[in-house]
Design a protein around this ligand. Structure first.
Ligand SMILES: NC(=O)c1ccc[n+]([C@@H]2O[C@H](COP(=O)([O-])OP(=O)(O)OC[C@H]3O[C@@H](n4cnc5c(N)ncnc54)[C@H](O)[C@@H]3O)[C@@H](O)[C@H]2O)c1
Length: 289
């Protein structure tokens, strides 16, 4: 699908990857880009930078009524939504000891928000013969993220939901893409808003044992703009899986080909990250054996 003249909604549009998607969709000639975020000021700033194409809406995507209101207002005041990019997501931190409250909040943002978007959009899109759903999952949803069980589990669920939607509605005109990056230079990567750009260049000032830094150690850190480039190319091709870090395809193949060997490799990677012998931002792929 070409984005020219399209009406696009982007959740998590105030910052990071979502903000880059908003800018890129506008640059591609989208008729309107609706910047949705619970960060009202950030959403407004992103929308204002888009000029007449940008509209900001404040919403918590974990509240189904908020997602419904975004869709209703957009369709009533701007027009039929062509592309709904469900992008907002959060890290979890921790393993089995992470409290249920953490698991529940990560599940709500990383999975239920995608469900609410699909529930609100699919009947409308089916009624007009088609539409496009984009969800931002993660390479952690195809592989794993050492040190962050809630993130790994919920991102796998996000990929599974996107696949299920593509299987169920693909022949009815609903196109689905799922973007699965590894490390991207946003505040999520290093956990400090505004500090990512200074800190993403290497281990100085960053902590390689942090889970969000660990993805960076595998395949390098991309800018949000590079991710947006991949997304636009993937949407143009109507490709389900969008991999801004191409190495993820190789890692996924290795995982599928020999799960025990892949798990052993991941254990080695986790140990190297914990010992600090693997550098954040290294381009070297993990050993598969
Ligand atoms: N940065 C990375 O390394 C990386 C890697 C792979 C996948 N991702 C995924 O990309 C997506 C965007 O992440 P990012 O790196 O741009 O993060 P970010 O923290 O820079 O931006 C996330 C945005 O989502 C918003 N948000 C969070 N919870 C929300 C809620 N309940 N309702 C509405 N808005 C909410 C935040 O306010 C923020 O503006 C996420 O789904 C994330 O899991 C990020």
């Amino acid at each position: 699908m070409e984005l020219r003249d399209r009406i696009c909604v982007v959740t998590g549009g105030a910052n990071g990857i979502g903000q880059a998607l908003c800018r890129r969709f506008a640059d591609e000639g989208a008729r309107a880009v609706i910047v949705v975020d619970k960060d009202a000021d950030g959403a407004l700033a992103t929308a204002e930078a888009l000029g007449s194409r940008g509209t900001a809406l404040t919403a918590d995507v974990t509240v189904e009524a908020d997602v419904e209101a975004v869709v209703e207002r957009t369709e009533a005041e701007i027009g039929p939504i062509d592309l709904f990019a469900s992008n907002a997501g959060i890290l979890g931190f921790g393993g089995i000891e992470a409290p249920d409250t953490v698991w529940e909040s990560v599940w709500s943002v990383n999975v239920l928000a995608h469900l609410y978007a699909a529930r609100a959009m699919i009947p409308l899109m089916l009624g007009r013969g088609g539409g496009y759903l984009l969800s931002t999952a993660s390479a952690a949803g195809l592989l794993s993220q050492p040190g962050d069980a809630p993130y790994s589990v919920t991102k796998h669920a996000a990929v599974a939901l996107a696949e299920w939607l593509a299987i169920t509605y693909g022949d009815l005109g609903i196109r689905v893409s799922c973007v699965c990056p590894m490390a991207v230079d946003t505040s999520m990567l290093l956990g400090v808003p505004g500090a990512a750009a200074e800190r993403a260049g290497g281990p100085a000032g960053s902590d390689a044992s942090r889970p969000e830094a660990q993805a960076a150690a595998v395949a390098g850190i991309l800018s949000p703009a590079r991710v947006a480039d991949s997304v636009v190319a993937g949407i143009r091709d109507e490709r389900f899986l969008i991999l801004p870090h191409p190495a993820v395809a190789t890692y996924e193949q290795r995982r599928a080909a020999d799960r025990d060997r892949w798990l052993a490799g991941m254990r080695r990677l986790s140990r190297a990250l914990a010992a600090g012998t693997r550098r954040v931002g290294s381009d070297a792929p993990p050993r598969a054996d």
